[in-house]
Design a protein around this ligand. Structure first.
Ligand code: ADP
Ligand code: TYD
Length: 206
């Protein structure tokens, strides 16, 4: 059984991650690769229940510290029930967000909690992707795109534009810190052009 790859997409809200997860999945499936597409928070029944808790309600419903625990609990369930079984079966897993989101959203926006995020990750998750696409773009445009969806899961969008700008800087720093596995993609272009860039970067790396 060939070893499956673990690929993640990261970036600010509305940057086009879900769109590009679908596009890369289609591209790989036409190459005969078995893909499991998933997302965080969520990706397993218990983790999807936690998703409801963290993505709805007032922005100040949870502190950043409590969020670290909730997102990590959801991730542990996702890893046990969905990601690891798929990788063990030789499938490629593409996840819309993973631990890098916690490093940035909880670790670098409301004080410096990055050490706590990394410590909990090491103890309870201990897994990193093989390849991460970080979609970078102007936060104002991304915020408009995200809020226009009216998903009802806008707790983080409701923190506002300055928060999204802090997130963008956090993801750029992360791309630099983990340059071995991260590829930075300009998301401020039409979806077809972005998809071609991602497929090319995939082919060059995998
Ligand atoms: P994310 O998963 O990062 O929040 P989505 O893929 O859901 O982003 O995209 C957010 C919204 O923007 C959707 O309505 C989607 O159709 C639209 N969109 C996605 N990619 C692009 C793009 N490259 N240019 C313009 N609109 C886009
Ligand atoms: P997502 O559904 O990808 O939202 P969007 O489509 O707006 O990008 O992710 C849900 C939200 O959860 C998003 O605002 C980011 C946030 N989040 C964290 O704060 N920490 C995490 O660890 C994860 C996985 C997501």
């Amino acid at each position: 059984m060939p070893r499956g790859q673990f690929i993640t997409f990261e970036g600010i809200d509305g940057s086009g991650k879900s769109t590009q997860v679908r596009r890369l999945t289609q591209t790989l499936e036409t190459q005969g690769i078995e893909v499991v597409t998933t997302r965080e928070p969520g990706g397993a029944p218990g983790a999807e229940e936690i998703r409801q808790l963290v993505l709805t309600g007032d922005p100040d419903r949870w502190s950043a510290e409590t969020e670290i625990l909730l997102f990590t609990a959801a991730r542990r369930d996702h890893l046990e029930k969905t990601i690891q079984p798929a990788l063990d079966a030789g499938r490629t897993v593409i996840s819309d967000r993973f631990a890098d989101s916690t490093r940035v959203y909880q670790g670098a926006t409301r004080g410096d909690l990055r050490t706590k995020v990394d410590q909990l990750h090491e103890v309870m998750i201990g897994k990193e992707p093989d390849l991460t696409f970080i979609i970078d773009m102007d936060p104002a445009t991304a915020l408009q795109r995200g809020l226009a969806r009216n998903s009802g899961e806008d707790r983080f969008e409701d923190f506002g534009l300055a928060f999204q700008e802090t997130l963008r800087a956090g993801f750029l720093a992360l791309a630099n810190d983990f340059s071995d596995r991260c590829v930075l993609i300009n998301g401020d272009r039409d979806p077809d052009t972005v998809a071609v860039d991602i497929a090319d970067a995939y082919a060059a790396r995998v």
